[in-house]
Design a protein around this ligand. Structure first.
Ligand SMILES: Cc1cc2nc3c(=O)[nH]c(=O)nc-3n(C[C@H](O)[C@H](O)[C@H](O)COP(=O)(O)OP(=O)(O)OC[C@H]3O[C@@H](n4cnc5c(N)ncnc54)[C@H](O)[C@@H]3O)c2cc1C
Length: 400
């Protein structure tokens, strides 16, 4: 069999383009395909936490993002009604977050893959994963101009999102699955200045968040429990505005702003998939997904890209057997994201904070160091496992 490529990456957004870039930079022959073209939007808000920003810096792409005029975010503010926790979410090395439009971020990532030497094929839909003797050996797809082709590779990486064609073909083991928990809708507003803040409002079975993005716009997303999805979808705008009215001061600010586009939104399932097998790998949402309430997906996709490309490099260069290297990818991924996965699934129920949480929030209120730690935990800069460790909680509450 002629192996035309070392790796074929299906899907060219947050997970796929960096995977292709990192492999191509190592000198591997990479084909990156996507059924869409870039720039293009996708249904997703786009808060990029500091550790995601740090990944862009590592890849030499942060300056390009900054040059697009995307405003930075220096403070995360959590409004629980009677109590507000406001803190710095970053690290000394990577202090700020951004909320780049996906039209801008994803294009920047695809361009980086092209520059690294990956062959990029846009408007190309993968219709079939080619499997021979139980091993994935390539893809069969069609370009929007009508031409169909088969390409072969040592590994096909599925970076093709929630409804991954690669995952559908290889049927990986699923584990720790939870159903959709939250339904949320977002839109963009002009005339709603945020002064460098990401604001989060937590109310009984409701929540919303606001963050500044490109072109002087502010993204505002509002949500309710998934049980209300069907009922509320008949009046998205009414339910969205009613949710925002739960925080009257913010609702006042919104009244003087202008909505610029239609609402978009959805609900997503929560799952882990085994991310590798004979001739295939999964990264990003294709490999695991959790509710967007903690806005970790883009950053996690970046981490997957680094871990998976690193593992493939070890295998291709014969430093480690493929299975060993990919097994390390899986356990490193799972160990890193599992505490945030559990925290996110709890938060996405929108149930009122438990009494211990109330007590904790009351205890850290006004203690800047503790509030920074809370902001860092929500940003994924500090693991929830570390933040909620009993000794840390006693330290925080004793100080209070
Ligand atoms: C409502 C909502 C809000 C969110 N908010 C945030 C947030 O604020 N911050 C954050 O970090 N994350 C957020 N997320 C999560 C984030 O969008 C995802 O985690 C992230 O997009 C995952 O990137 P990906 O590259 O794995 O997949 P995707 O972004 O889904 O990209 C998959 C790509 O694969 C391509 N593709 C699929 N099938 C094929 C095929 N057969 N052939 C060719 N191409 C194919 C698609 O065209 C697409 O371009 C949100 C998600 C939702 C739904």
């Amino acid at each position: 069999m002629t192996k035309a490529f070392d790796a074929i990456v299906v899907g060219a957004r947050c997970a796929g383009s960096p995977t292709a870039t990192l492999l191509a930079r190592k000198g591997y022959r990479v084909l990156l395909v996507d059924r869409t073209s870039f720039p293009s939007d996708t249904i997703s808000t786009h808060l990029l936490h500091p550790l995601g920003v740090e990944a862009l810096a590592r890849w030499g792409l942060l300056d390009r993002l900054v040059a697009t005029g995307c405003p930075h975010i220096h403070t995360y503010r959590f409004d629980f009604g009677p109590i507000i926790i406001s803190g710095s979410q970053g690290t000394e090395k990577s202090p700020v977050a951004f909320c780049p439009r996906r039209t801008v971020l994803d294009k920047l990532l695809v361009d980086a893959a092209t520059e690294a030497g990956a062959r990029v094929r846009e408007n190309f839909t993968v219709e079939e994963i080619v499997i021979e003797n139980g091993r994935v050996v390539g893809i069969k797809g069609r370009s929007s101009h009508g031409g169909s082709s088969i390409d072969r590779a040592r590994v096909v990486v599925g970076a093709d999102g929630l409804r991954s064609t690669v995952a559908e073909a290889v049927r990986p083991e699923h584990y720790d699955e939870r159903p959709p928990l939250l339904a949320a809708y977002y839109t963009y507003w002009s005339g709603l200045p945020m002064e460098g803040r990401f604001e989060n409002y937590i109310r009984d079975r409701r929540g919303f968040a606001a963050m500044p993005t490109h072109e002087g716009l502010t993204l505002v997303i509002a949500g309710w429990p998934y049980e209300e999805f069907a009922k509320n979808k008949t009046d998205i705008e009414g339910n969205y505005l009613k949710t925002i009215e739960l925080a009257p001061a913010f609702a006042d600010r919104l009244r003087s702003a202008k909505r610029e586009v239609r609402f978009a939104g959805m609900a997503v399932p929560n799952y882990f998939r085994r991310p590798y097998g004979p001739g295939w790998a999964l990264v990003g949402d294709g490999g695991y997904n959790k509710d967007f309430i903690t806005a970790q997906g883009i950053m996690d996709a970046f981490h997957d890209a680094e871990l998976c490309a690193g593992a493939l490099n070890k295998a291709f260069s014969e430093e480690h057997p493929l299975v060993e290297a990919m097994d390390e990818y899986q356990w490193k991924r799972d160990a890193r994201v599992k505490p945030m996965y559990d925290f996110t699934c709890q938060l996405a129920t929108l149930e009122p904070p438990r009494p211990e949480m109330h007590q904790l929030i009351g205890a850290i209120h006004g203690n800047q160091k503790a509030m920074d730690a809370f902001a860092r935990m929500n940003a994924g800069t500090l693991s929830p496992a570390e933040f909620f460790a009993p000794e840390n909680i006693s330290r925080l509450t004793d100080t209070a």
